[in-house]
Ligand binder design. Structure first.
Ligand code: NAP
Length: 305
C-alpha cells in the first residue's frame, strides 16, 4: 500500500484507511481474519468513533487484534467523538470523558488522531482548545482533526486551538461529488454551482488538511452501493470498461478515482469483506488517466459547464 503524510503532521499513513463503523457486525473470528488481512495489505490505519456499535466496534477491534504494546506500535488509530443521542457535544467535559472511554475500549494508552465528529452548534472553541491541550499533554492524543466541517468552522476552531487540524473527514464518492463539481461550475446557473461546503476542498488543500472521504461506495445518505446498481447504468458501464482495461475490479476503480485527485485524499472504506478490502488496497497501484477520471465523473451524471 502506498503511504502519504497526514495533513501537516509527520505521521506516515496508508492512502486507504479502514473504517470500523460496521465492525460490530462481525464475530470474533471474522474480525481477526479481516484485521489480519488489512495488516498484510499494509492497511494499518483504522478509523473508529465512540458511537460505532455504541462502543462495541472499538471493543471487538481491540479484542480481535489482540492489542498489546508491540501491536500498538505497528498500527495507526483514529477515533472520533462529539455525537451524543439527540445532540452534538464539543464541551471540554464530554471530549475528555469520551476519549477516556475510547482508550479503554481500544485497550491503548493513546490515539494517533482524534476527530471532532459533527459540528456542534453550541461549541465554545476555548473549551475545545483546553480539552486538546489536556489530551496532548497527558499523551492521550497525538494529532487532532475534524469531520464534516466547513472552512469557516475550521478557522474558528483553529483561532483557539494551537494544534494543527490535520484531517477533515467528509462524505465524498463518485456519486456524491458536489465538493468537486462545485469548483468546476463557479457562477453557473445550475445545481452544481451551489456551494454547500464553503469550498472545503480548496481550503483543505491550501491548509495542508487531509480530506478523508467517507462512504466512498454509497450514493445519497447511506441509500446503497452504486457499484453494480441498476440505478447507475452508464456509470457502471464506464467503471467496468476501465476495470477490464486495468484487469482489476470495479471496487478498485471507485477508490482509484478518489486517489487520482491531486488533493491527496485518504478514502475511509467501510467494507468488512476481505476480498473487497484487498481490491481497495489494489487501488493504490492504479493511476487513472485524466481522460478516464473525467469519463467516470461524467458517467455519474456530474456535469461540466
Ligand atoms: N465522519 C463521518 O461522519 C462518517 C460517516 C459515515 C462513515 N464514516 C467512516 O467511513 C467508513 C466508511 O463508511 P461506509 O461504511 O458507509 O462506506 P462504504 O465503504 O461506502 O460502504 C461500505 C458498505 O457497502 C458495502 N459494499 C461496498 N462495496 C460493495 C459492493 N461492490 N457490493 C456490495 N456491497 C458493497 C459493504 O459491504 P461488505 O462489508 O459486504 O463489503 C458495506 O456494507 C466507516 O466505517 C466510518 O469509519 C464516517
Amino acid at each position: 500500500m502506498r503511504t502519504m503524510k497526514l495533513g501537516a503532521s509527520t505521521l506516515k499513513v496508508p492512502v486507504v484507511a479502514v473504517g470500523c463503523m460496521r465492525m460490530n457486525s462481525l464475530e470474533k473470528k471474522e474480525a481477526e481474519n479481516f484485521i489480519q488481512t488489512a495488516l498484510e495489505e499494509g492497511a494499518n490505519f483504522f478509523d473508529h468513533a465512540d458511537i460505532y456499535g455504541d462502543g462495541l466496534s472499538e471493543e471487538i477491534f481491540a479484542d480481535a487484534i489482540h492489542m498489546n504494546a508491540d501491536i500498538r506500535e505497528k498500527i495507526i488509530l483514529q477515533s472520533k467523538c462529539g455525537i451524543r443521542k439527540g445532540m452534538f457535544d464539543f464541551s471540554k467535559e464530554h471530549i475528555l470523558h469520551s476519549v477516556d472511554g475510547i482508550l479503554k475500549r481500544l485497550n491503548t494508552e493513546y490515539l494517533d488522531t482524534l476527530l471532532l465528529h459533527r459540528p456542534d452548534a453550541l461549541m465554545e472553541p476555548e473549551e475545545v482548545a483546553e480539552a486538546f491541550d489536556i489530551l496532548e499533554s497527558a499523551g492521550k492524543v497525538r494529532h487532532f482533526g475534524v469531520s464534516n466541517q466547513n472552512p469557516l468552522q475550521i478557522q474558528l476552531l483553529q483561532k483557539f486551538v494551537k494544534q494543527p487540524i490535520v484531517a477533515n473527514q467528509l462524505q465524498l464518492s463518485i456519486t456524491n461529488a458536489n465538493m468537486i463539481s462545485n469548483g468546476m461550475n463557479v457562477n453557473m446557473e445550475n445545481d452544481s454551482a451551489i456551494n454547500r461546503d464553503g469550498s472545503v476542498l480548496d481550503f483543505c488543500r491550501l491548509n495542508d488538511i487531509t480530506i478523508q472521504p467517507w462512504s466512498p461506495f454509497q450514493y445519497g445518505f447511506f441509500e446503497g452501493v452504486f457499484l453494480g446498481n441498476e440505478k447507475f447504468p452508464e456509470l457502471n458501464q464506464k467503471i467496468d470498461e476501465i476495470a477490464a482495461k486495468y484487469e482489476v475490479s470495479n471496487t478498485t476503480i471507485a477508490i482509484a478515482w478518489l486517489l487520482r485527485h491531486p488533493a491527496k485524499m485518504q478514502p475511509v472504506i467501510g467494507t468488512m469483506n476481505v476480498d473487497r478490502l484487498k481490491e481497495c488496497s489494489k487501488a493504490s497501484e492504479i493511476y487513472l488517466t485524466r481522460e478516464e477520471w473525467y469519463e467516470i465523473y461524467r458517467a455519474a451524471g456530474n456535469i461540466l459547464p
